[in-house]
Design a protein. Structure first.
Length: 249
C-alpha cells in the first residue's frame, strides 16, 4: 500500500509538472506568434493570440495545431477623411501546420470577422446623420436606419438652400433606410433606399442621395482574409469572410 501511495503521489506530481510546462510553453508560443503576426501584417498593435487545445506540446510534436484564435485591436475605418475604430476584429485559424524548422506555420483555413458599433458608424457618417438599428425586418435586408434633418444633411454636403423659408421646411427630423454592402472585401457602401417625400425642392432626391450615400474603407484587417458578408445586428454591423492557406507570422 505504501508503494502504491508513493506511485500515485509521484504520478500526480509529474502530471502537475507536465501541465505547468505545457502551459508555460503555450504562453511563450502565443507571445512569439503575436509578435510575428504584428510584424508580417503591419499591424499598429500586437494582437492577442490564443492557442486552443490540450496538451499543446503533443500538438507541436505532431507539427499541427487544431485552432489558433487571434484578436486584433487598432483597426480603423475611414470615410471622407473621418476615422473611427473598428470595435472588434477576430480571426480563427484552423488546421495550422507548423514548418519543419518550427519558424513558420500555415493555416489551412482562416475565418475572419469584424464588428463596428452603431456609435462608431455614426462617427464615420456624414455630418448631421445618426446611424442606428433599423429593426429586425429591415436588418434582414442588410439595412440600417439613418436619421437627421434634411437641412443639416444638405448643408453638410455643401448645398446652399437659398432661402430661410425653404430652410424652415427642412428642419424636421427624417428617417432614411440605407442598404449596406461590401465591395472588394474592405469597402463598406451605404446606399439610401428610401427618402422622405413631400419636399418642394427641385432635385431634392438626388441632393439627399449625394449627402447620405457614402463609402467607408476598413483598414488593418489581416491580409488574405477578404470580408465578403455583412449583417446588420442590434449592436452594429458584423462582417465575416474566409481564406485558405494563410501564413501565420
Amino acid at each position: 500500500m505504501r508503494a502504491l501511495r508513493i506511485l500515485l503521489i509521484t504520478a500526480v506530481v509529474l502530471g502537475g509538472l507536465f501541465i505547468a510546462v505545457d502551459r508555460i510553453a503555450v504562453n511563450v508560443a502565443e507571445s512569439e506568434t503575436a509578435d510575428k503576426i504584428r510584424s508580417s501584417q503591419g499591424l499598429s498593435r500586437t494582437p492577442d493570440v490564443s492557442i486552443k487545445g490540450f496538451p499543446f506540446l503533443t500538438q507541436v510534436l505532431g507539427k499541427q495545431l487544431d485552432e489558433v484564435g487571434v484578436s486584433v485591436e487598432g483597426v480603423t475605418a475611414k470615410a471622407d477623411g473621418r476615422t473611427v475604430n473598428v470595435t472588434e476584429v477576430k480571426a480563427d485559424l484552423r488546421d495550422v501546420k507548423i514548418g519543419s524548422d518550427f519558424s513558420s506555420a500555415v493555416a489551412g483555413r482562416a475565418d475572419g470577422s469584424a464588428r463596428i458599433s452603431y456609435a462608431d458608424l455614426a462617427k464615420a457618417a456624414p455630418e448631421g446623420a445618426t446611424v442606428g438599428y433599423a429593426g429586425p425586418e429591415r436588418a434582414a435586408k442588410g439595412q440600417v436606419k439613418v436619421t437627421g434633418t434634411p437641412k443639416d444633411l444638405l448643408k453638410s454636403a455643401g448645398r446652399d438652400l437659398g432661402s430661410s423659408r425653404l430652410e424652415s421646411l427642412l428642419t424636421g427630423e427624417v428617417t432614411i433606410y440605407s442598404t449596406v454592402e461590401l465591395v472588394e472585401g474592405k469597402t463598406v457602401r451605404f446606399k439610401a433606399e428610401s427618402l422622405p417625400g413631400g419636399i418642394p425642392l427641385p432635385g431634392f432626391d438626388r441632393m439627399m442621395r449625394d449627402a447620405i450615400d457614402y463609402d467607408m474603407t476598413i483598414e488593418g484587417v489581416p491580409s488574405r482574409i477578404s470580408l465578403d458578408r455583412v449583417e446588420a445586428t442590434e449592436d452594429g454591423l458584423r462582417f465575416s469572410g474566409q481564406a485558405q492557406d494563410v501564413a501565420v507570422g
